[in-house]
Design a protein around this ligand. Structure first.
Ligand code: P70
Length: 457
């Protein structure tokens, strides 16, 4: 058997379409070879993202009917507050419509113009919310994370020597805070170890630096700590999460991932100043501090989902499914990021399509080609996502030029994984015949969402 069986059964299904070859070629051309611009009804298996795409449990769905839609003081807010206190061990929470709402409130308070924010690899929205108040995000992840084949078990770890280097170079006053992402998305879903968090806390205490966690995929990170780190083998996921968060001054959380909901987010902290400021700001940008852009029913689903995400049986099944897909590809020799991460399998497009130049956008090309072959939708995570250098205006070509096959939680079966793997293996066998793309439209912000391409003849 391929890992543990699902710790649930299916109660309701959603029909999906399988467009034929002619239709697939037509719609991907019309979408400017950008998978973000495809209509969902033209997608058979949607691996664009694990964000907001999970299947909720009957316990979560039933919670929706208990939504208290009062403008102020909804009971569901207090349920969410209690869940965050119990599981993440923070005293105060400010709800937001989704993760970037929390990033906006937290980072616009903590970042002053000219300051830098070291982080274990950038994330697109996080970097933008550091830049908008005049800051700059700088990379502080260990070098192993930039090598798709390095098998380090905690490739999300921060490099304290790099942090020291930034302090020496910029001066301590120029560091706004240290940002730690759990199960680092852009590195391939790679975890941070507890030992690294502990050492980081000691390091930051010496300099009185704040640590803010991007806790978006923290339950999955906790699973890897239990599975890979000595001394945590038998520790409940909740206890691991509480310890992880105890090394921080606060977190932002996109509930659309590990909390198993379609919409929602929050920030949480034990720092009274951060709480006071964000609770003030939330009413300007999101909504009253007891709903922050979410309906009461959404907050209930987040509260219940956060609790469900701490089930070890669920996490084991979840991460095992991601690894099932990755292992099928490894067996066929397809180049992917290793170790296989928590939420997605990342194809190494530079190795998959070595005949393309970086300006022919190998990852964008591969994502479009996979759709054309099988109606499986994936996402570019390379130079198009990385964008341009703010000072020079030139394209930045990161070492990682990847296609992300992101697995929604509790949605697809292993047969769907096999179908996906077969398409990619088929393409790998005829990879030399795959032509590149040229960019014909580029928006100013977060260009990967809306840029358009044409096939190079
Ligand atoms: C994804 C999504 C969202 C995200 C995240 C981390 C580590 C914050 C957020 C923002 C959605 C996405 C966003 C931008 C580009 C592509 C995809 N990640 N921190 O698919 O949260 O979306 O709720 O505002 O991964 O990885 P939210």
């Amino acid at each position: 058997m391929n890992g543990p069986p699902e710790p649930f059964k299916i109660k309701m299904i959603e029909h999906v379409n399988m467009p034929d070859q002619k239709k697939r070629s037509q719609v991907i051309r019309e979408a400017g070879y950008n998978t973000f611009l495809l209509k969902s009804e033209d997608v058979y298996i949607d691996l664009l993202t694990d964000s907001g795409t999970s299947a909720m449990s009957d316990y979560q769905w039933s919670g929706l009917l208990l939504g208290d839609e009062a403008y102020a003081g909804s009971r569901n807010f207090y349920n969410l507050e209690r869940a965050v206190q119990d599981i993440l061990n923070y005293r105060w929470i400010v709800p937001t419509h989704q993760g970037r709402g929390a990033e906006h409130l937290m980072y616009s308070y903590l970042v002053k113009p000219g300051q830098i924010v070291p982080r274990n690899m950038y994330f697109t929205t996080s970097r933008l919310h550091v830049e908008l108040p005049g800051g700059k995000m700088v990379d502080a992840i260990i070098n192993e994370a930039h090598d798709p084949e390095n098998l380090h078990p905690f490739k999300g770890n921060l490099d304290l020597k790099k942090l020291q280097g930034y302090i020496d170079e910029y001066g301590i006053d120029k560091i706004a805070f240290v940002n730690v992402e759990m199960n680092v998305n852009m590195a391939g879903g790679q975890p941070v170890s507890m030992e690294n968090l502990r050492k980081l806390r000691e390091f930051c205490d010496e300099y009185k630096l704040k640590i803010i966690i991007d806790a978006t995929r923290s339950s999955e990170n906790a699973f890897f700590i239990r599975d890979r780190e000595k001394g945590y083998e038998d520790i409940p996921i909740v206890d691991i999460l509480r310890e992880m968060m105890s090394y921080s001054d606060g977190c932002i959380y996109s509930a659309k991932k590990d909390c198993l909901v379609n919409i929602g987010g929050f920030l949480a902290t034990n720092n009274e100043d951060i709480y006071e400021h964000c609770r003030n700001m939330v009413v300007i940008y999101e909504g009253l501090h007891t709903y922050g852009g979410m309906a009461g029913r959404d907050m209930e689903a987040v509260a219940r989902g956060l609790r469900e995400s701490t089930s070890y049986a669920y996490l084991k099944y979840r991460i095992n499914q991601v690894h099932y897909l990755g292992d099928l590809l490894i067996k066929a020799g397809v180049p992917i990021v290793r170790p296989i991460g928590g939420h997605a399998v990342f194809l190494n497009a530079l190795k998959f399509l070595p005949h393309l130049t970086r300006e022919q956008w190998p990852a964008q090309t591969l994502a479009a080609t996979i759709y054309e072959d099988s109606a499986v939708r994936s996402m570019e995570r390379g130079a198009v996502s990385k964008g341009r250098d703010k000072e020079t205006g030139e394209n930045i070509f990161p070492l990682l030029e990847l296609v992300r096959l992101t697995i929604p939680r509790r949605v697809y079966t292993n047969t769907h994984m096999e179908y996906t793997a077969e398409s990619i293996i088929r393409l790998y066998e005829k990879r030399e015949a795959i032509p590149g793309l040229k960019m014909v439209y580029e928006p100013k912000y977060l260009r990967f969402f809306q840029s358009r391409f044409e096939k190079i003849k």
